[in-house]
Design a protein around this ligand. Structure first.
Ligand SMILES: NC(=O)c1ccc[n+]([C@@H]2O[C@H](COP(=O)([O-])OP(=O)(O)OC[C@H]3O[C@@H](n4cnc5c(N)ncnc54)[C@H](O)[C@@H]3O)[C@@H](O)[C@H]2O)c1
Length: 313
């Protein structure tokens, strides 16, 4: 099988590439190494991907020749995007529209013409739900984003579904709930917390720390992508990918303190506009239809991430 991974130099894209190559698949990866975070880290991610069977294309989805990129490709994993809630306000919103909406629409147009394409898996987000009415939130609950980032992720997800309905583009959208583990983006909470703890710096927590999150280990997210690529599901399907942890940020800090073997110096700063009070997804549909189960609990996952950043655990 030949696959195209967009955003291959990122956190999830690079983990997916390593798994696919280890399984003997051919991988074409595209990434424009945006400066949302240090492109040097993205180059380090690329360096972890074995060269055999892998072709890297350093281009932007908004300008690349997508027909050429999709030639001979059976499965697209569309991980490219501008992540992060905090920066999605103000002038930066245009970057979110470009990277998340326009790039996805361009990819979907090319997918309509791609003769060999069997599946396009889109990395959607729990941020489409906003402050949900019901927990655990199911895919049938009405999405209502609470940040401009969430608006762009939902817009792109709707594009995937309507290209499936109108043109039979075989899309599947996976709504990831906060992904963590080795390689996590440097702006994300666990990565920031662990680096601060290891350096003996104060840990900065946005808001009270009472916000509850459903965390999903990166290997489980990779598995969900593979299952979505290979199982027969109706085009336009949407699945939550939720690890099932219903844990507050303060409880995470307790777990980290246990791993560190000492009290951590925690400083609380202002809450972030666009941050929701709680996320929590029902994994019933993905369990039933794709046979997916989260396999890594938060303490084991945090230990793996702690070790990957140089700590003993
Ligand atoms: N990490 C999470 O917790 C999480 C949760 C929900 C959804 N998601 C979604 O999953 C996807 C991957 O997230 P991640 O954490 O790996 O992010 P990441 O920033 O590490 O990876 C995204 C990659 O896409 C690339 N990119 C952005 N715009 C591009 C463009 N126009 N052309 C080519 N490359 C482009 C970036 O350079 C980056 O390397 C994103 O779409 C994100 O919105 C992530």
């Amino acid at each position: 099988m030949t696959v195209l991974i967009t955003g291959v130099a990122g956190f999830v894209g690079s983990a997916l590439a390593r798994r696919l190559l280890a399984a003997g698949e051919s991988v074409v990866g595209v990434d424009s190494l945006t400066d949302y975070y240090d492109p040097g880290l993205k180059k380090e991610n690329l360096a972890t991907i074995p060269g055999e069977g892998f072709t890297f294309v350093g281009q932007d989805l908004n300008t690349a020749d997508l027909d050429a990129l999709l030639a001979g490709v059976q499965v697209v994993f569309h991980e490219a995007g501008q992540p992060g809630v905090r920066k999605s306000w103000g002038e930066d919103f245009a970057t979110y529209v470009d990277a998340n909406v326009l790039a996805t629409q361009r990819l979907l147009e090319a997918a309509r013409r791609a003769p060999d394409l069997r599946r396009l898996v889109y990395a959607s987000s729990s941020s489409v739900y906003g402050n949900a009415q019901v927990y655990p939130t199911s895919e049938d609950d009405v999405p209502s984003p609470h940040s401009p980032y969430g608006v762009t992720k939902l817009a792109a997800e709707h594009l995937c579904t309507l290209y499936a309905r109108n043109f039979d583009v075989p899309t599947v959208s996976l709504r990831y709930f906060t992904v963590y583990g080795p390689g996590q983006r440097p702006d994300m909470a666990f990565n920031r917390f662990i680096r601060a703890a290891l350096a003996g710096r104060p840990i900065e927590v946005y808001g009270s720390g009472e916000q509850i999150r459903d965390f999903t280990f990166v290997d489980d997210v990779v598995t969900a992508n593979l299952l979505a690529a290979t199982n027969p599901v109706p085009p336009g399907a949407v699945f939550n990918v939720s690890g099932g942890t219903s844990i507050s940020v303060n409880e995470v800090l307790d777990v980290l303190s246990g791993i560190a073997g000492r009290r951590l110096d925690v400083r609380r700063t202002e809450a972030v506009a666009g941050d929701v009070v709680r996320t929590g997804g029902s994994a019933d549909r993905i369990r039933r239809q794709l046979g997916w189960e989260p396999t890594v609990d938060v303490e084991s996952g945090l230990r793996a991430q702690w070790r990957s950043l140089g700590g003993d655990a």
